[in-house]
Design a protein around this ligand. Structure first.
Ligand code: TXA
Ligand code: MG
Length: 319
């Protein structure tokens, strides 16, 4: 960890009326603003402004083949950007506002610039639930492209401090809304006519999706990268990560779960939602510790555990 915290505080502001006004002015002028959502902090820009979108890719060091999610206030706004068939509308009704991203065909007159969708004819849309992000969408009237607010490939941010440590001066304004409640990125579902595929597991679980729409056609596995951002190595700390570790070696910082105590525990009561909300903070803490390696306790592969294990596998894959 860097010894200098100069940039922290300079960029990060507690959320309030004045900061929202400043954020809106910045966004309308083509600038970037880091903003909390219920999943992780996002790095937002006006999705209809090519220069602003280019700035997101530059700030994150993100490859330009990796498209962005566009955040909108409601389904009505989403329909201006994407075509919603019955199934897509059904999902939107059930889970929006919330941690579900829907990939649907772009509308003919979609005002979002091509760089947001990396030239694809589909668009990823989400109506977030977090009050700060919702206020920013309402006050700006913009459709906000927002990837997670971290350097590309690094650990996702669930606090304002994580954002400033990862992006430094590249995130000139961070709206600080405290820690993100869900702590893990949205579930991404691609609509294929009457069928759907899960491109990224997340807080909305397979069981919840199947309750609404019947059996999922396909959960995309690691080998078939359908969401281009689902790269094998992602969310990666700067140290080697060993998974399924019931105990740790002397040179390992141990992230625990349930009865496997660890140096810190994601959830002593084995609550997977609580573990998800602490996962990235645990990886940040392990990365900042003096131990040169990281070991992580086993996490069951059920419900949101699927998303936890997805992120952990990528964190453990060498770059
Ligand atoms: O919870 C979240 O989704 C957070 C918050 C900030 O909303 N955002 C987030 O964004 O995780 P990002 O950029 O880290 O991940 C976006 C994912 C990538 O895997 C990308 O490839 C995929 O969405 N994606 C975007 N547009 C797509 C499209 N048209 N087709 C398939 N995948 C798409
Ligand atoms: Mg990300």
């Amino acid at each position: 960890m860097s010894g200098s915290n100069d940039h922290i505080g300079a960029a990060s502001r507690r959320y309030g009326k004045a900061t929202i006004d400043e954020a809106v002015a910045r966004l309308c002028g083509g600038g970037l603003v880091a903003v909390p959502t219920e999943t992780v902090y996002g790095l937002a820009a006006d999705s209809t402004n090519a220069a602003a979108v280019a700035e997101i890719y530059r700030a994150k060091g993100r490859p330009d083949f990796n498209p962005l999610i566009v955040h909108v206030p409601d389904l009505e706004a989403a329909r201006k950007l994407g075509e919603f068939n019955e199934l897509a509308a059904h999902f939107a009704d059930a889970f929006w506002p919330g941690p579900l991203t829907l990939v649907v065909p772009k509308t003919k007159n979609c005002p979002v610039v091509a760089a947001v969708t990396a030239g694809l004819d589909t668009i990823a849309l989400r109506v977030p639930a977090h009050p700060v992000m919702r206020e920013l969408l309402g006050a700006s009237g913009l459709f906000l492209a927002a990837p997670s607010a971290n350097r590309s490939g690094a650990i996702s941010p669930t606090t304002a401090d994580h954002v400033s440590r990862s992006l430094g001066k590249a995130a000139p304004l961070i709206l600080d809304g405290g820690p993100c409640e869900r702590g893990i990125e949205s579930t991404i579902v691609a609509i294929d006519g009457a069928n759907y595929r899960i491109l990224r597991p997340g807080p909305v679980t397979v069981v919840e999706l199947e309750e609404i729409a019947g059996k999922v056609a396909n959960i995309v596995d690691d080998n078939k990268i359908e969401a281009p951002g689902q790269l094998a190595s992602h969310y990666a700390p700067s140290k080697p990560v060993r998974l399924d570790a019931h105990s740790a070696l002397a040179d390992e910082y141990h992230i625990g779960f349930g009865v496997v105590a660890g140096d810190m525990n994601m959830s002593e009561g084995s609550d997977l939602a609580e573990a998800a909300s602490r996962l990235f903070a645990a990886l940040h803490q392990a990365d900042a510790s003096e131990k040169p390696k990281i070991a992580v306790a086993p996490v069951p592969d059920t419900g949101i555990g699927l998303a936890l294990n997805d992120r952990l596998r990528r964190a453990a894959t060498p770059k």
